[in-house]
Design a protein around this ligand. Structure first.
Ligand SMILES: [Zn+2]
Ligand SMILES: [Zn+2]
Ligand SMILES: [Zn+2]
Length: 363
């Protein structure tokens, strides 16, 4: 029996954060999570009542910055009208018994990342997309420099109602927070531990493994082939500077991570020509996703080394990346209660499907 028609039921350990394991259970009909109905995408170019469409600039808070300029903007950055963290906070950090609070200080900005209302990432020009990611760099750098209380600046995008986007016009968000998010903290600390032991960045090792590793694992008793690992099996897209990988322990069926091939911990240090290469890999990966699942609703977010002296030593061990998490189902009580995500499509099969898309049909 080939590996393809054999169902998998195994817990896969995330190599970087081992407590983030995933249950891969691919038996036919196994659907512990409710599948989201793919919502039809709003593909309109301009919507009169949309606060993010051109001509409605007075319906949003004032422009923080715009590219190339405010009158002729292709990308426009504004304060979020309903910030989750704000500047106006006067409450001090408090501890009472076991209750501890850190003041909800921070900044929350919206990046209207294209003038066209319903455009998807794979439909944007590479130059434009590179500029969107340059605008993240600019905002991150400004916010880090503006206040030492800001410990992390998170850039992310929600696309589609299932991914929590409340306004359909394409946009990204920047939240500058007074704490380092737990998932990033775990990545930074675990990769630093790995570095102390192996003198190597674990992300670089993962990339090497994806690009060079080949192995066959046999069943101890029957001698049957249990799994074949092929060179490039997890690679979705690649160019001179970036690779898009399907993680072996993917939490989401269609999850994709994009990483720079050259080691770099800090996203803000990615040079402009590399952002261009990054945009190409992102655009092609999203086009593949669109072709395979159609109308993908997703979140993506950037993980980069936090600024601040506590993290100076982690530059050789941490490696920035973008995580793309398509939302095809709603987490179940089992997943919330156990923290174990259930993935009903094997990451190998998902990678195969994504890789076999003929991009000439769509790009
Ligand atoms: Zn709009
Ligand atoms: Zn690295
Ligand atoms: Zn990450």
């Amino acid at each position: 029996m080939s590996h393809e028609d054999k169902s998998i039921r195994e817990i896969r350990i995330d190599p970087i954060v081992p407590c983030n394991s995933v249950l891969v259970a691919t038996a036919r009909g196994m659907r512990p999570r409710k599948q989201e109905d793919p919502a039809p995408r709003d593909t309109r170019k301009h919507v009169e009542t949309c606060p993010f469409c051109r001509g409605n600039e007075d319906k949003t808070p004032p422009t923080i910055t715009a590219y190339p300029d405010e009158n002729n903007w292709n990308i426009r950055v504004v304060e979020n009208l309903y910030p989750v963290l704000g500047e106006d906070n006067t409450q001090d950090n408090l501890t009472f018994g076991l209750q501890q609070t850190i003041e909800g200080y921070g900044r929350h900005e919206v990046i209207i990342d294209h003038p066209s209302h319903g455009i998807a990432i794979h439909e944007m020009d590479i130059d434009h997309l590179a500029m969107v990611f340059k605008s993240y760099q600019d905002r991150m750098s400004d916010l880090y420099n503006s206040d030492p209380r800001l410990k992390y600046v998170l850039a992310f995008k929600n696309f589609g109602p299932a991914a929590g986007a409340s306004i359909p016009h394409t946009h990204s968000q920047i939240i500058a927070m007074p704490v380092v998010p737990e998932n990033l903290y775990n990545e930074v600390h675990n990769s630093s531990k790995y570095y102390k032991k192996h003198h190597r960045c674990i992300f670089c090792s993962l990339i090497d493994e994806a690009l060079t590793y080949e192995a066959t694992i046999y069943d101890r008793e029957s001698g049957e082939v249990r799994r074949k690992i092929n060179v490039g099996q997890y690679v979705i897209e690649k160019n001179k500077y970036f690779v898009a990988i399907k993680p072996f322990a993917s939490r989401y069926e269609w999850e994709i991570h994009i990483l720079p091939l050259n080691h770099e911990a800090d996203y803000m240090r990615a040079p402009e020509n590399e952002l261009q290469a990054f945009a190409e890999v992102l655009k092609k990966s999203m086009a593949r996703l669109e072709q395979v699942i159609g109308g993908a609703q997703y979140n993506y977010f950037l993980h980069s080394i936090p600024h601040g002296s506590d993290y100076n030593d982690c530059s050789p061990s941490y490696h920035w990346h973008l995580e793309i998490c398509p939302r095809t189902s709603i987490p179940s009580g089992f997943e919330l209660g156990s923290g174990l995500f259930v993935n009903t499509i094997s990451p190998e099969d998902a990678a195969e499907k994504l890789r076999s898309v003929d991009l000439s049909d769509i790009l």
